[in-house]
Design a protein around this ligand. Structure first.
Ligand code: MN
Length: 235
Protein backbone atom coordinates (compact mmCIF):
# COMPACT_ATOMS: atom_id res chain seq x y z
CA UNK A 1 0.00 0.00 0.00
CA UNK A 2 1.46 3.39 -0.94
CA UNK A 3 1.37 6.50 1.21
CA UNK A 4 -1.60 7.94 -0.67
CA UNK A 5 -3.79 4.92 0.19
CA UNK A 6 -2.74 4.77 3.83
CA UNK A 7 -5.20 6.21 6.36
CA UNK A 8 -4.38 9.81 7.02
CA UNK A 9 -2.53 10.52 10.25
CA UNK A 10 -1.59 6.91 11.13
CA UNK A 11 1.92 5.52 10.65
CA UNK A 12 0.50 2.01 10.11
CA UNK A 13 -2.96 0.92 8.93
CA UNK A 14 -5.32 1.08 11.96
CA UNK A 15 -7.30 -2.03 12.95
CA UNK A 16 -10.97 -2.17 12.03
CA UNK A 17 -13.47 -1.62 14.86
CA UNK A 18 -14.43 -5.00 16.37
CA UNK A 19 -18.21 -5.44 16.60
CA UNK A 20 -21.00 -7.92 17.33
CA UNK A 21 -24.17 -8.16 15.21
CA UNK A 22 -27.54 -7.23 16.73
CA UNK A 23 -30.16 -9.91 16.07
CA UNK A 24 -32.79 -9.14 13.45
CA UNK A 25 -31.07 -5.97 12.23
CA UNK A 26 -28.19 -4.82 10.05
CA UNK A 27 -26.80 -3.00 13.08
CA UNK A 28 -23.66 -3.91 14.97
CA UNK A 29 -22.47 -3.25 18.53
CA UNK A 30 -18.92 -1.80 18.63
CA UNK A 31 -16.81 -3.49 21.31
CA UNK A 32 -14.53 -1.58 23.69
CA UNK A 33 -13.32 -4.13 26.29
CA UNK A 34 -14.20 -7.68 27.33
CA UNK A 35 -14.31 -8.33 31.06
CA UNK A 36 -14.75 -11.86 32.41
CA UNK A 37 -15.85 -13.06 35.87
CA UNK A 38 -14.04 -16.06 37.37
CA UNK A 39 -15.84 -18.87 39.26
CA UNK A 40 -19.30 -17.33 39.37
CA UNK A 41 -21.30 -20.56 39.70
CA UNK A 42 -20.78 -22.56 42.91
CA UNK A 43 -20.74 -25.96 41.17
CA UNK A 44 -18.01 -24.79 38.77
CA UNK A 45 -15.93 -23.32 41.62
CA UNK A 46 -16.15 -26.71 43.35
CA UNK A 47 -15.18 -28.66 40.19
CA UNK A 48 -12.09 -26.42 39.92
CA UNK A 49 -11.15 -27.19 43.54
CA UNK A 50 -12.31 -23.98 45.27
CA UNK A 51 -14.72 -23.09 48.06
CA UNK A 52 -17.40 -20.85 46.53
CA UNK A 53 -18.48 -19.39 49.89
CA UNK A 54 -15.23 -17.61 50.67
CA UNK A 55 -14.47 -15.71 47.50
CA UNK A 56 -15.21 -12.14 46.49
CA UNK A 57 -15.68 -11.79 42.70
CA UNK A 58 -12.55 -11.58 40.60
CA UNK A 59 -12.04 -10.53 37.02
CA UNK A 60 -9.79 -10.93 34.02
CA UNK A 61 -9.97 -9.58 30.49
CA UNK A 62 -9.91 -10.83 26.96
CA UNK A 63 -8.99 -8.66 24.01
CA UNK A 64 -11.83 -7.49 21.75
CA UNK A 65 -9.77 -8.90 18.87
CA UNK A 66 -10.31 -12.38 20.40
CA UNK A 67 -14.01 -12.30 19.44
CA UNK A 68 -15.46 -14.84 17.01
CA UNK A 69 -18.78 -13.64 15.57
CA UNK A 70 -21.14 -14.18 12.66
CA UNK A 71 -21.02 -17.98 12.91
CA UNK A 72 -17.29 -18.24 12.25
CA UNK A 73 -15.28 -21.30 13.31
CA UNK A 74 -13.09 -21.60 16.40
CA UNK A 75 -9.66 -22.67 15.09
CA UNK A 76 -7.92 -25.05 17.52
CA UNK A 77 -5.22 -22.84 19.07
CA UNK A 78 -1.47 -23.32 19.30
CA UNK A 79 0.61 -24.55 22.30
CA UNK A 80 -2.14 -26.52 24.05
CA UNK A 81 -3.51 -30.05 24.23
CA UNK A 82 -6.46 -29.16 26.46
CA UNK A 83 -8.77 -26.37 25.28
CA UNK A 84 -11.91 -26.15 27.42
CA UNK A 85 -15.36 -24.74 26.69
CA UNK A 86 -17.01 -22.37 29.19
CA UNK A 87 -20.54 -21.34 28.19
CA UNK A 88 -21.50 -17.92 29.58
CA UNK A 89 -24.14 -15.21 29.57
CA UNK A 90 -22.65 -12.09 27.98
CA UNK A 91 -23.75 -8.60 29.07
CA UNK A 92 -23.26 -5.64 26.69
CA UNK A 93 -23.09 -2.10 28.09
CA UNK A 94 -24.55 1.01 26.45
CA UNK A 95 -23.17 3.28 29.17
CA UNK A 96 -20.70 3.03 32.02
CA UNK A 97 -18.91 4.98 34.69
CA UNK A 98 -17.17 4.40 38.01
CA UNK A 99 -18.70 3.21 41.28
CA UNK A 100 -22.07 2.40 39.74
CA UNK A 101 -24.57 1.49 42.48
CA UNK A 102 -26.18 -1.97 42.24
CA UNK A 103 -29.65 -0.38 41.99
CA UNK A 104 -28.68 1.57 38.87
CA UNK A 105 -26.43 -1.04 37.23
CA UNK A 106 -29.02 -2.49 34.85
CA UNK A 107 -29.59 1.00 33.37
CA UNK A 108 -26.14 0.56 31.76
CA UNK A 109 -27.10 -2.65 29.92
CA UNK A 110 -27.77 -2.56 26.17
CA UNK A 111 -28.44 -6.26 25.80
CA UNK A 112 -27.28 -9.85 26.13
CA UNK A 113 -25.59 -12.58 24.12
CA UNK A 114 -24.38 -16.16 24.49
CA UNK A 115 -20.61 -16.50 24.68
CA UNK A 116 -17.83 -19.03 25.10
CA UNK A 117 -14.83 -18.27 27.32
CA UNK A 118 -12.47 -20.70 25.58
CA UNK A 119 -9.59 -21.59 27.90
CA UNK A 120 -6.21 -23.27 27.39
CA UNK A 121 -6.65 -25.26 30.63
CA UNK A 122 -3.23 -26.89 30.58
CA UNK A 123 -1.55 -23.50 30.32
CA UNK A 124 -3.87 -22.07 33.00
CA UNK A 125 -2.91 -24.89 35.39
CA UNK A 126 0.79 -24.02 34.95
CA UNK A 127 0.13 -20.29 35.42
CA UNK A 128 -1.91 -20.95 38.59
CA UNK A 129 0.92 -23.10 40.00
CA UNK A 130 3.38 -20.25 39.46
CA UNK A 131 0.94 -17.52 40.62
CA UNK A 132 1.24 -15.85 37.22
CA UNK A 133 -1.41 -13.90 35.26
CA UNK A 134 -3.92 -15.87 33.17
CA UNK A 135 -3.62 -13.97 29.89
CA UNK A 136 -1.93 -16.78 27.97
CA UNK A 137 -4.69 -19.18 29.07
CA UNK A 138 -7.63 -16.87 28.41
CA UNK A 139 -6.82 -14.10 25.93
CA UNK A 140 -5.60 -15.89 22.81
CA UNK A 141 -6.79 -15.61 19.22
CA UNK A 142 -10.43 -16.63 18.69
CA UNK A 143 -10.90 -17.34 22.43
CA UNK A 144 -14.24 -15.49 22.64
CA UNK A 145 -16.95 -16.86 20.34
CA UNK A 146 -20.11 -14.75 20.77
CA UNK A 147 -23.67 -14.94 19.42
CA UNK A 148 -25.73 -12.06 18.10
CA UNK A 149 -26.74 -9.53 20.74
CA UNK A 150 -30.37 -9.10 21.73
CA UNK A 151 -31.41 -5.73 23.21
CA UNK A 152 -32.79 -5.62 26.75
CA UNK A 153 -35.66 -3.56 25.32
CA UNK A 154 -36.78 -6.82 23.64
CA UNK A 155 -36.02 -9.47 26.26
CA UNK A 156 -35.65 -7.64 29.58
CA UNK A 157 -32.85 -8.64 31.97
CA UNK A 158 -32.61 -12.44 32.28
CA UNK A 159 -31.87 -13.51 35.88
CA UNK A 160 -33.17 -17.11 35.74
CA UNK A 161 -33.47 -19.79 33.09
CA UNK A 162 -31.43 -22.54 31.52
CA UNK A 163 -27.85 -22.14 30.35
CA UNK A 164 -26.28 -25.14 28.65
CA UNK A 165 -23.69 -26.33 26.16
CA UNK A 166 -23.97 -29.35 23.90
CA UNK A 167 -21.16 -30.87 21.86
CA UNK A 168 -22.25 -32.89 18.82
CA UNK A 169 -25.74 -33.00 20.36
CA UNK A 170 -24.59 -34.28 23.77
CA UNK A 171 -25.11 -32.09 26.85
CA UNK A 172 -21.81 -31.17 28.56
CA UNK A 173 -22.66 -28.12 30.67
CA UNK A 174 -25.99 -27.41 32.31
CA UNK A 175 -27.01 -24.75 34.80
CA UNK A 176 -29.43 -21.96 35.53
CA UNK A 177 -28.81 -18.22 35.59
CA UNK A 178 -30.33 -18.17 39.08
CA UNK A 179 -27.19 -20.06 40.23
CA UNK A 180 -24.94 -17.06 39.51
CA UNK A 181 -23.12 -16.21 42.76
CA UNK A 182 -22.72 -12.57 41.72
CA UNK A 183 -25.76 -11.38 39.75
CA UNK A 184 -25.46 -9.10 36.72
CA UNK A 185 -26.09 -5.83 38.66
CA UNK A 186 -23.56 -6.87 41.33
CA UNK A 187 -20.97 -7.76 38.70
CA UNK A 188 -21.38 -4.35 37.03
CA UNK A 189 -21.15 -2.57 40.41
CA UNK A 190 -18.00 -4.51 41.44
CA UNK A 191 -16.31 -4.02 38.05
CA UNK A 192 -17.05 -0.29 38.12
CA UNK A 193 -15.28 -0.04 41.48
CA UNK A 194 -12.10 -1.32 39.75
CA UNK A 195 -12.41 0.09 36.22
CA UNK A 196 -14.17 2.93 34.48
CA UNK A 197 -16.79 1.05 32.47
CA UNK A 198 -17.70 2.36 29.03
CA UNK A 199 -20.34 1.96 26.36
CA UNK A 200 -19.16 -0.96 24.24
CA UNK A 201 -17.88 -3.08 27.10
CA UNK A 202 -18.84 -6.77 27.16
CA UNK A 203 -18.93 -8.81 30.37
CA UNK A 204 -18.73 -12.61 30.34
CA UNK A 205 -20.46 -13.53 33.59
CA UNK A 206 -18.96 -16.94 34.37
CA UNK A 207 -19.68 -20.57 33.53
CA UNK A 208 -21.75 -23.34 35.14
CA UNK A 209 -20.17 -26.73 35.90
CA UNK A 210 -19.27 -29.33 33.32
CA UNK A 211 -16.33 -27.62 31.62
CA UNK A 212 -14.19 -29.93 29.54
CA UNK A 213 -12.07 -30.30 26.42
CA UNK A 214 -13.09 -29.72 22.81
CA UNK A 215 -11.70 -31.62 19.82
CA UNK A 216 -11.19 -30.63 16.21
CA UNK A 217 -14.43 -31.09 14.30
CA UNK A 218 -16.68 -30.69 17.37
CA UNK A 219 -19.94 -28.80 16.82
CA UNK A 220 -20.58 -26.58 19.86
CA UNK A 221 -24.14 -25.43 20.58
CA UNK A 222 -24.63 -23.04 23.47
CA UNK A 223 -27.96 -21.77 24.76
CA UNK A 224 -29.20 -19.23 27.28
CA UNK A 225 -32.96 -19.08 27.91
CA UNK A 226 -34.45 -15.81 26.73
CA UNK A 227 -31.25 -14.83 24.91
CA UNK A 228 -30.69 -17.42 22.21
CA UNK A 229 -28.22 -19.85 20.68
CA UNK A 230 -24.55 -19.86 19.78
CA UNK A 231 -23.21 -22.28 17.18
CA UNK A 232 -19.49 -22.73 16.68
CA UNK A 233 -17.38 -25.45 15.07
CA UNK A 234 -13.88 -26.35 16.23
CA UNK A 235 -11.72 -26.19 13.08
MN1 MN B 1 -15.17 -18.20 32.25
Amino acid sequence: MNTLERSKGFVIEPQAQVSVPVRGTEDRFPVHRIYCVGRNYAAHAVEMGHDPDKEPPFFFQKSPSNLVTDGQDFPYPQVTQDVHHEIELVVALSSGGRDIPVERALDCVYGYAVGLDMTRRDIQAELKKMSRPWDAAKSFEHSAPCSELVPATEIGHPSAGAIWLKINGETRQEGDLDQLIWKTPEVIAHLSSLFELRAGDLIMTGTPSGVGPVLRGDALHGFVAGVGDLHCTVA
